[in-house]
Design a protein around this ligand. Structure first.
Ligand code: FES
Ligand code: FES
Length: 175
């Protein structure tokens, strides 16, 4: 038996026949669509490495079944840059050393973009730490991550180049 779904991932529509309704969104992204930027850390909702933005909201993709998101719009780390221009959150993570090994980084960046889109980042480091508390970093790069989120949210609120602040599909979802 097949379970057909359609998903738009990073602006690209996909029609997918699932063989098994128990396939998680994370496994679909990594194994069927070969979008391996989204990481599998714990596979049980505890680390945030698998964070993507689904219909405008952050979600742990390891905790949700792909079959339950027929017609959804998914944004992954592969879709946030605009051509050769990094998303402001990506650039801020680099500028503030918000990473060491980098394994948690795609999830951190997607969660941070989601946090800013939700309007919950503000300019208080404590609020940012709270808002990012679902994303663990074994390397302990938390100080840089917080600085990066604070800087990026300022740039996303007042972009020098509005088109670079958010890809079009993110802007649509944030509207
Ligand atoms: S892999 Fe999904 S929360 Fe850890
Ligand atoms: S940078 Fe290594 S786990 Fe976060």
């Amino acid at each position: 038996m097949k379970f057909p779904i359609t998903l738009t991932v990073n602006g690209v529509p996909h029609s997918i026949d699932l063989d098994d309704p128990r396939v998680t969104l994370l496994d679909l992204l990594r194994e069927r669509l070969h979008l391996t930027g989204t990481k599998k850390g714990c596979d049980r909702g505890q680390c945030g490495a698998c964070t993507v933005i689904l219909d405008g909201r952050r979600i742990n993709s390891c905790l949700t079944l792909a079959v339950s998101h027929d017609g959804a719009d998914v944004l992954t780390i592969e879709g946030v840059a605009s051509g050769n221009e990094l998303h402001p959150m990506q650039a801020a993570f680099i500028a503030h050393d918000g990473l060491q090994c980098g394994f948690c980084t795609p999830g951190q960046i997607m969660s941070a973009i989601g946090l800013v889109m939700e309007g919950h980042a503000g300019d208080d480091p404590e609020r940012v730490r709270e808002g990012m508390s679902g994303n663990l970093c074994r390397c302990g790069a938390y100080a840089g991550i917080t600085e990066a989120v604070l800087e990026a949210q300022r740039k996303m609120a007042n972009p020098d180049k509005p088109d670079l602040a958010k890809p079009d599909h993110v802007k649509e979802r944030a509207a």
